[in-house]
Design a protein around this ligand. Structure first.
Ligand SMILES: C[S@@+](CC[C@H](N)C(=O)[O-])C[C@H]1O[C@@H](n2cnc3c(N)ncnc32)[C@H](O)[C@@H]1O
Length: 218
């Protein structure tokens, strides 16, 4: 069965990224997920899953015994992710849903992984984050990556090219999404093209556990 046009365009962008900055995106996803401190048996949400690029490394991180839920609002992306999960026999349930109204009960997940949509949410970003926080268990890890270029990268030819295509690469890192009083690890990943914010939802009345050894990217 053929991949939709949207899915094809999206995959093509990652191919260009891979060739231009010489990073292998699946390996980079694996590296980021390995820093989150997920454990066998954990239940994790791939938030705005797209084509499912985070699904294999998430499943590896929570095996054995864990499970991954994936959501996206695009039927094309749901179809692509469902097919990928089936082909790779991953323990994933994929549902079509809006990030502003997640179809999960409160405190469902040990971890929520988000890559690539939150910048587009504009003034709805906080609403999306409130939903992520609602469905995360106290002490659960939340990781958010999206376009956000390092200063160094903005001076490169490729960086300038990307900014012309998508001005969101210049957006400041939205650290205001981290709840007050919560310590976050903030860095760059994907060769300095994306920001990465990682933090844990505070335990109620308790101490915040620390997030693992996430390395800022190049
Ligand atoms: C750039 S893609 C990233 C996909 C995936 N996370 C990845 O890392 O490959 C952004 C995804 O967010 C989804 N999306 C955008 N707005 C959304 C919303 N309000 N609710 C759910 N999904 C949304 C899009 O359909 C798209 O699949």
């Amino acid at each position: 069965m053929c991949v939709s046009r949207e899915a094809f365009r999206y995959n093509f962008q990652f191919l260009i990224l891979t060739l231009a900055v010489r990073i292998w995106v699946p390996a980079e996803r694996k590296r980021i997920i390995a820093t989150l401190g997920l454990k066998p048996g954990d239940k994790v949400l791939d938030h705005c899953c797209g084509l499912g690029g985070n699904l294999s490394p998430l499943c590896a991180a929570i095996a054995p015994g864990g499970s991954v839920e994936a959501m996206d609002h695009s039927p094309d992306m749901i179809e692509a992710s469902t097919r990928l999960a089936k082909r790779r026999r991953l323990p994933v349930t994929v549902v079509q849903a809006d990030a502003m109204q997640l179809p999960y009960p409160d405190e469902t997940f040990d971890g929520v992984m988000h890559t690539g949509a939150i910048n587009q949410f504009g003034d709805q970003r906080q609403k999306a984050m409130d939903e992520i926080l609602r469905v995360t268990k106290p002490g659960g890890v939340i990781a958010i990556q999206d376009e956000g270029m390092s200063e160094e990268m903005t001076h490169t030819r490729f960086g300038k090219f990307l900014i012309k295509q998508n001005a969101m690469f210049l957006d400041p890192i939205p650290t205001e999404l981290v709840p007050d009083g919560v310590e976050a690890t903030v860095g760059r990943v994907m060769a300095g093209l994306f920001y990465n914010i990682v933090f844990r939802k505070p335990e109620i009345g308790g101490q915040k556990p620390e997030v693992g050894d996430q390395q800022p990217g190049a």
